[in-house]
Write a protein that binds this ligand. Structure first.
Ligand code: NAP
Length: 549
């Protein structure tokens, strides 16, 4: 099958005609770009439909001040091409958003992928035809495609949680959401700014907005743990040294629980002396460690409450040692009922230090919720805060949101929205019973958001392509996870999660950040290496759990 005529399509000549492809990919982030590359390599006709007017996914939309990756860029980057690794020069340990976006644009150019990506094309509906074994996919603008394989590369954090705030339309200032930031940036110089939300986005924004704003008031509903990034610019020498060891680094990453090497301690806290425990905590908090290394301080940290509390207490002490005003420090210290790492850990640069500035304040939005926006600011149940701008860093309808945003109808018209009414289910986090020939990259039920996403994405895309290559070689036209396999996997994910402390936290991993969303732990918690072995075993056992016809 040939790729359709892109020029005609874009000029509107083919507006009402159906474009036929082997594979359609939804989303041009890290997943979609790599899926396009691999599908072309395998000789498939393939097209990526992207809602934005540029590639990059998360890194296209999240342009808020201070946005940067909190997985080290040497790890949070494609590993499929050694030359790409060699030629790209990361400027910092944790690259800022603009640099990651530039990297992704470079990948698209370098591998000549641009003509396979259609921008400004938001997919609204996808319907499977059981007789013709094809997906019919429609965009909001009315274009229609038919494809044999549908790959949802829609991302786990791509549907922003829009603020449901009474009176927002009457607010006379400007308001922004972290994930829909204006391309030209925002200058807060001299303004009074309110920021709602203290997850990773809010924590990254606070120090930068504070540099400009005349007054910054942070509305915090739940204090989460944040650890110092110890971000540094790369010297030429340091980058060259790191690159000389790149293959080892990648190999160690593959065998690490999150798909990035964090020098995990293999001992439980009980196997160490107090002095050793202290040294381990210090090492991870300080420059040699930093960032997510804090999640790997003790082997039993996410399964043993006592061990977890040791790490949590250490972090709380650090917050108190930085924040001089004890009332602010009290508020910023996460409460005892939140395990360290139970909500996704934030990684910051000068977050807590910023609260020592006189013009930066924090409001307890749990005790005094924001009730409404007024013409001139925000009102809590206590008082009105007059501001010129409101920033919402209120997160996303995570994991399942992007898939449910599209009206997906599988075999016999089955609706994904209905199927997922009580929470997302899948087989291996990449296939859904009742939705043949459709694959989800890093979907619910895979390590995805608990891992180095780029590693997980490459793992999934490689696996999908191996499956499709075999299917095409053997004349298989319909690939579908069985309901029994999906049920078994859902149960396994739940069992694995229940062995940990994760379900104790009201996190977006659990769907707890969206009112009315079912509480289901949405990721495979037991790590990238085990997960990879499981899916490799499935493949070796003739794709056990799939019906192939
Ligand atoms: P988030 O972690 O879900 O945080 C949202 C924040 O908004 C929470 O503090 C939440 O409070 C608060 N909130 C939500 N609704 C509210 C309301 N009505 N009133 C008051 N507060 C409200 O969202 P995020 O910070 O955008 O981060 C989401 C994820 O994106 C991260 O966990 C991470 O996976 C990813 N991310 C990654 C990076 C990176 O560096 N790689 C950077 C940014 C984000 P509660 O906790 O009480 O719900």
């Amino acid at each position: 099958m040939q790729d359709f005529d892109c020029e005609n399509a874009e000029s509107g000549n083919m507006e009402n005609s159906v474009k036929k492809l082997d594979m359609l990919v939804v989303g041009a982030g890290f997943s979609g770009i790599y899926q396009l590359y691999k599908a072309r390599e395998a000789g498939l006709s393939v097209r990526v439909l992207e809602a934005g007017d540029g590639v990059g996914g998360t890194w296209f939309w999240n342009r808020y001040p201070g946005a940067r990756c909190d997985v080290e860029s040497l790890d949070y980057s494609y590993s499929f091409c050694r030359e790409l690794e060699e030629e790209w020069q990361w400027s910092e340990r944790y690259a800022p958003q603009a640099e990651i976006l530039k990297y992704m644009e470079h990948v698209v150019d370098r591998f000549a992928l641009k003509d396979g990506i259609q921008l400004n094309a938001r997919v609204s509906r996808a319907v499977f035809n059981d007789d013709r074994l094809l997906w019919t996919v429609s965009t909001e603008s009315g274009e229609v495609f038919e494809c044999t394989y549908l790959v949802m590369a829609t991302g786990g954090l791509s549907i922003p949680q829009r603020p449901q705030l009474k009176g927002l339309d009457d607010f006379k200032g400007r308001w922004y959401h972290s994930a829909q930031w204006p391309k030209d940036g925002v200058d807060f110089t001299g303004q009074r700014v309110a920021l709602i939300g203290t997850g990773s986005s809010g924590v990254q924004m606070v120090p930068i907005i504070a540099e400009q704003a005349a007054k910054l008031t942070v509305f915090q509903r739940t204090a989460n743990f944040s650890v110092p990034a110890h971000n540094v610019p790369f010297t030429e020498k340091a980058l060259a040294a790191a690159k000389a060891r790149y293959p080892d680094r990648r190999a160690m990453g593959r065998e690490a629980i999150t798909g990035q090497f964090l020098n995990a301690n293999t001992k439980t806290a009980a196997e160490m002396t107090e002095e050793e425990q202290r040294a381990e905590l210090e090492y991870r908090w300080k420059g040699a460690g930093g960032g997510f290394r804090m999640l790997r301080t003790f082997a039993d940290q996410m399964s043993n409450l006592e061990t977890n509390k040791m790490v949590a207490d250490f972090a709380r002490n650090r917050i108190r040692s930085v924040v001089k005003d004890s009332a602010k420090a009290d508020l910023l210290c996460p409460k005892d009922d939140l395990p360290f790492g139970g909500k996704r850990l934030c990684v910051d640069s000068r977050y807590y230090e910023t609260f020592n500035l006189e013009h930066v304040d924090i409001v307890d939005a749990a005790a005094h919720p924001v009730i409404e926006a007024t013409a001139h600011g925000l009102r809590t149940d206590q008082c009105e805060y007059k501001v010129d701008a409101i920033v919402f860093a209120t997160g996303f309808d995570a994991m399942s949101g992007a898939l449910k945003a599209i009206d997906i109808r599988g075999s016999c018209g089955k609706s994904l929205r209905e199927k997922w009414e009580h929470g997302p289910t899948s087989y291996l986090g990449l296939s859904i019973a009742g939705f043949p020939n459709m694959f989800v990259v890093a979907g619910p039920g895979s390590p995805s958001v608990l891992s180095n996403m780029v590693h997980s994405i490459e793992t999934h895309v490689d696996w999908i392509m191996r499956l499709l290559t075999q299917a095409r070689a053997t004349g298989v036209q319909r690939i579908e996870a069985t309901q029994a396999a999906e049920d078994g996997w859902v149960q396994r994910c739940e069992d694995e999660a229940n062995k940990t402390l994760y379900p104790r936290a009201n996190s977006w991993y659990m769907g707890a950040n969206i009112a009315g969303k079912p509480r289901v732990f949405m990721a495979f918690v037991s790590g990238v290496p085990l997960y990879r072995r499981i899916i490799e075993d499935v493949a070796s056992n003739n794709y056990q759990g799939f019906e192939m016809a």
